[in-house]
Design a protein around this ligand. Structure first.
Ligand SMILES: [Zn+2]
Ligand SMILES: [Zn+2]
Length: 396
């Protein structure tokens, strides 16, 4: 018979207010990838206070791990949370809105951190009933897809050796009170794309005496959309987004170069490989039509598809259903967002599930938008399912 977190309901209820204000504190003080010093300090302090064994200063100094050894025999299971914020200026007006202009928790990682700390504190408070060893992993720099790999390489799954790894991502795509648990591919792979267009600068009034890289870049950008539409099967998926264009200094100067940065998202390896292989010649050929040159670099920060393991996913689904009832649990659909949780799931079997935080009414702003806002009613739901998953997985 599975143990449900509901037997621990009082703990969850008693700590929900504190968890929410902890989330608000992180929200008020967001920190960018690999700069999460205050956040990491608070995490380490709280874990110390709960009498966990704490390792700090991992993965470029802001990764933290808390190890909790239960009093009963059991397995060793890891829980992973990410802790970083994004380079955005928040538009929400609330007392806990970001106090740092240009930095904002617009993805919910403040919530992930608060949930994981509270999870650790609950397990610690009832250590006598806890089987096995829980490894609570707080990784920096998910938003640049750079924090997970150094954590894994630092051996956070090795000492002690975790058998499985679990974690959650909050999402405004589903209402608070619901959970999505999906086996197999869940989140797309991500590649960063750099397109450098070189022309020849000159006066804006005499374009015929120059080679205009801005016009060439514009055509490359439009053309890239057709690369997806016309060279990827309609049964497959790919997204190619240019999120940054940098060129020029003044309205009437034709610059010498234009630079575009973007991201490629796919699920199937052969689709990714096709686009990665095609892009350089494709961009160069378009540039040549405009007498310019283009060079494409596909970044080395590739993040592979997030794939949930069948058995562990069925297990999470069972736990979530026990906690919330069958109507609150669905498979959901794969999303084009990426997440470096994939490096943990490649190292150990496990499951990354999603927890709804959409408001009961209205249209939520998407993640990574300056108006992003979470329905905090989703926080105790995530905690409840997380606790159920950990308690049952730890049981030998
Ligand atoms: Zn994000
Ligand atoms: Zn995120």
């Amino acid at each position: 018979m599975r143990k449900t977190g509901s037997t621990w309901s009082q703990e969850i209820d008693a700590r929900t207010a504190a968890m929410t204000s902890l989330r608000r504190d992180f929200h008020r003080h967001p920190e960018l990838s690999f700069q999460e010093r205050r956040t990491a300090e608070i995490i380490a302090e709280r874990l110390h206070a709960a009498n966990l064994e704490v390792r700090a200063g991992i993965a470029g100094s802001t990764g933290v791990v808390g190890i909790l050894r239960g009093d009963r025999p059991g397995r060793t299971i890891a829980w992973r949370a990410d802790i970083d914020a994004l380079p955005l200026t928040e538009t929400l007006e609330a007392p806990f809105a970001s106090g740092t202009p240009g930095v904002m928790h617009a993805c919910g990682h403040d919530g992930h951190t608060a949930i994981a700390i509270t999870l650790a504190e609950i397990l610690a408070a009832r250590r006598a009933e806890v089987p096995g060893t829980a490894v609570l992993i707080f990784q920096p720099a998910e938003e640049v897809l750079g924090g997970a790999r150094p954590m894994v390489e630092a051996g956070v799954l090795e000492q002690p050796r975790a058998e499985e790894v679990y974690g959650l991502h909050l999402t405004t795509q589903m209402p608070a009170g619901t959970v999505m648990v999906r086996p197999g591919p869940n989140m797309a792979s991500a590649d960063s794309i750099l397109v450098e267009v070189t022309g020849r600068g000159g006066h804006g009034a005499y374009p015929h005496l120059s080679v205009d890289p801005v016009t060439a870049a514009a055509h490359i950008l439009i053309g890239m959309q057709h690369l997806v539409a016309k060279e990827v099967s309609a049964h497959e998926t790919a997204v190619l987004t240019i999120g940054q264009i940098v060129a020029g200094t003044k309205n009437n100067i034709i610059p010498a170069t234009a630079t575009m940065r973007g991201t490629l998202r796919t699920f199937a390896d052969d689709v990714r490989e096709h686009i990665v292989r095609r892009l350089p010649a494709f961009a160069a050929d378009i540039a040549r039509a405009y007498r310019a040159e283009a060079r494409v670099t596909v970044g080395d920060s590739r993040c592979p598809t997030v794939i949930n393991h069948e058995r562990q996913t069925a297990f999470v689904r069972e736990c979530a259903t026990a906690e919330l009832g069958p109507h609150a649990v669905s498979e959901g659909t794969p999303v084009m967002a990426s997440d470096d949780m994939t490096y943990f799931l490649r190292a150990r079997p496990g499951c990354y599930f999603r927890v709804g935080i959409a408001p009961a009414d209205g249209h939520p702003a998407p993640h990574h938008a300056p108006g992003f806002e979470m329905n905090e009613a989703g926080l105790p739901v995530g905690l409840r399912v997380g606790l159920g998953v950990m308690l049952n997985a730890l049981e030998a």
